[in-house]
Design a protein around this ligand. Structure first.
Ligand SMILES: Cc1cc2nc3c(=O)[nH]c(=O)nc-3n(C[C@H](O)[C@H](O)[C@H](O)COP(=O)(O)OP(=O)(O)OC[C@H]3O[C@@H](n4cnc5c(N)ncnc54)[C@H](O)[C@@H]3O)c2cc1C
Length: 453
């Protein structure tokens, strides 16, 4: 892609490039905004020039690395189901509702199909391109941009935006653009190497918007003391991860991965936003795993007693290695979620103060109860950091109360539209963040055209 790929006329007589609509940011939200705007102008017959400015040499950088290179592009279900599963905070669900209904997952998949992209749905509801290639999604959007015949400028970083009467004046390193209608789609602040360094937050603030301080989300948890090297790479299935600070605690059910710096995997990533907030409020946070979340203390004790009666000579550690972990209550799966990894069992025994070769017959009541306490609250250490740059997304951003959820138009600045991860929402893992970016971007593009009609 050339630095300035111009596919439509420009008014360059003054050295200032003018267009009716200008979109800053060529990620999922910005590309959707451009495509939606062009389709709306075609439908309305309104003459309208559209410009896209992107600081990277090509659009869709984050899409290309999403889903481990496979791109979990959206999630199965109705918009109501996506909101329920993908967004945990009520204000975010309320805000995103209109966008997810206006441009839904089926709309997105139809758009991709129009470019020859077939998708497949996994058992857990995640949707991926059937090719397993994230770049195919980015390429199809590049194709849609090309068909839209808009001015595309790459390697073009916006430095400032000022309002001058009815116009926005947008300055990059060496050029000045003016526009009647500005769409800000510059993303969050994580994975800053992909171009998301928070420029949009500075621009939005300079235009009068309130910014909710960005914080980590869908990020790994680094602990003060790293997990033992022998546990690095170990996965715990369907546990409950608990983070506690002072009298507050938060928890999340899911799989957990031990890493050489702390923890990752779905449970850790999902809980990271809450952990970052606890760290901000309390300055510390301790992690525990409930290794048998489906059974209460009393139920586990009854099971252990029964086992002791049935097979008193069995070593406790042998039993722990085969004791099945129940799937979450209400889950469609009925088969057990595996067992505790053998490598973890010696650590459990040590925490409970039990000798490795102890059998059920030699386990008195108080030791049995201590073992259950450890299984229900296995200590994982204190959090050192939730690294914001390592998050798949960042939380925080432009305050949702200052943006109209039915149009994505700023309530502060007329004809300013804000969309995608730049807004103060954060979705769960599962394709919800890309869908939210596409949906809010699409809505911004359509509304931008309506605002100038
Ligand atoms: C490693 C990783 C894996 C992920 N996997 C998934 C997944 O599988 N499924 C899912 O749903 N979500 C996933 N996400 C999250 C998802 O990619 C983002 O939420 C989504 O891309 C946000 O879209 P956006 O358009 O709002 O922002 P972005 O895609 O970040 O786009 C913003 C664009 O604005 C540009 N920009 C910024 N500042 C300027 C400036 N001053 N001038 C010009 N351009 C500028 C940036 O270069 C960037 O291209 C993943 C994220 C990461 C980091």
């Amino acid at each position: 892609m050339s630095k300035n790929e111009t596919t439509a006329g420009d008014s360059e007589k003054t050295g200032i490039r003018h267009s009716t609509i200008l979109v800053i940011g060529g990620g999922a939200a910005g590309m959707a905004a451009v495509i939606a705007a062009r389709r709306s102008t075609k439908a309305s017959g309104e003459p309208c020039s559209i410009t896209l400015l992107e600081r990277n040499p090509r659009p869709g950088t984050k899409i290309r690395i999403s889903g481990g290179g496979k791109c979990n592009v959206t999630h199965r279900g109705t918009p109501a189901e996506l909101l329920e599963l993908g967004f945990l905070r009520r204000n975010e669900k309320r805000f995103l509702r209109h966008a997810l209904y206006s441009f839904s997952n089926t709309d997105l998949l139809a758009l991709l199909r129009s470019k020859g992209i077939e998708t497949e749905e996994r058992a857990d509801g995640k949707v991926f391109p059937a090719s397993g290639d994230a770049a195919s999604i980015a390429r199809s959007f590049e194709g849609l941009l090309k068909e839209s015949r808009v001015q595309q400028h790459y390697s073009c970083r916006v430095q400032s935006v000022v309002r001058n009467g009815e116009l926005f004046v947008v300055t990059t390193g060496d050029e000045v653009f003016t526009t009647e209608c500005l769409v800000l789609a510059t993303g969050g602040v994580s994975y800053s190497k992909t171009g998301t360094t928070g420029d949009g937050l500075v621009i939005a603030r300079s235009l009068g918007h309130s910014i909710i301080k960005p914080s980590a989300a869908l990020a790994p948890l680094y602990t003060i003391k790293s997990p033992p090297a022998s546990l690095s790479g170990l996965a715990l299935r369907s546990i409950s991860l608990v983070a506690a600070a002072g009298c507050r605690s938060v928890e999340r059910r899911g799989d957990l991965l031990f890493t050489h710096r702390g923890f990752s995997g779905p449970a850790a990533l999902s809980l990271s936003r809450d952990v970052a907030e606890l760290m901000g409020e309390c300055g510390n946070c301790t992690l525990f795993a409930n290794l048998f979340p489906e059974q209460s203390f009393v139920e586990l004790e009854a099971e252990f007693l029964q086992q002791a009666r049935r097979n008193g000579a069995q070593m406790v550690r042998k039993f722990l290695q085969v004791c099945p972990i129940a799937p979450p209550n209400g889950s469609i799966q009925v088969a057990p979620h595996g067992t505790l990894p053998s490598a973890l069992v010696p650590f459990i025994m040590r925490h409970a103060g039990l000798e490795n070769d102890l059998n059920w017959g030699g386990l008195p009541r108080e030791k049995r109860q201590l073992l259950i306490s450890v299984l229900k609250r296995f200590p994982l250490g204190s959090v050192r950091e939730v690294p914001i740059d390592q998050g798949e997304i960042s939380a925080g951003g432009v305050s949702l109360v200052e943006v109209n959820p039915k149009t994505m138009c700023s309530r502060i600045v007329p004809r300013l539209f804000i969309c995608g991860e730049l807004l103060d929402y954060a979705g769960e893992i599962g394709g919800f963040n890309l869908q939210a970016a596409f949906s809010t971007g699409w809505m911004a593009g359509v509304s931008a055209v309506q605002s100038i009609a």
